[in-house]
Unconditional design. Structure first.
Length: 72
């Protein structure tokens, strides 16, 4: 399998959806609020930057990084 931009974008979108769903579930908040929070996070900024390679990292690890970022 060749790593293409479409494949990378698909991975980023899938990881983002998983993280948003888990965040919404864990904190019992609406999905739209969870999505807005994630899209405005540094974690998403790093994940969506293809140069960082975050899309290769462990999804639970990325989730933990995000949850630490938004911990109140």
């Amino acid at each position: 399998m060749q790593l293409t931009d479409d494949l990378i974008v698909g991975a980023i979108n899938s990881i983002s959806g998983f993280i948003v769903a888990k965040y919404a579930e864990q904190y019992n908040i609406p999905l739209d609020l969870a999505m807005e929070t994630f899209l405005n996070s540094n974690t998403y900024k790093l994940l969506s930057d293809k140069e960082t390679g975050y899309y290769f990292d462990s999804i639970p690890e990325i989730l933990d990084i995000f949850l630490k970022e938004v911990a109140f």
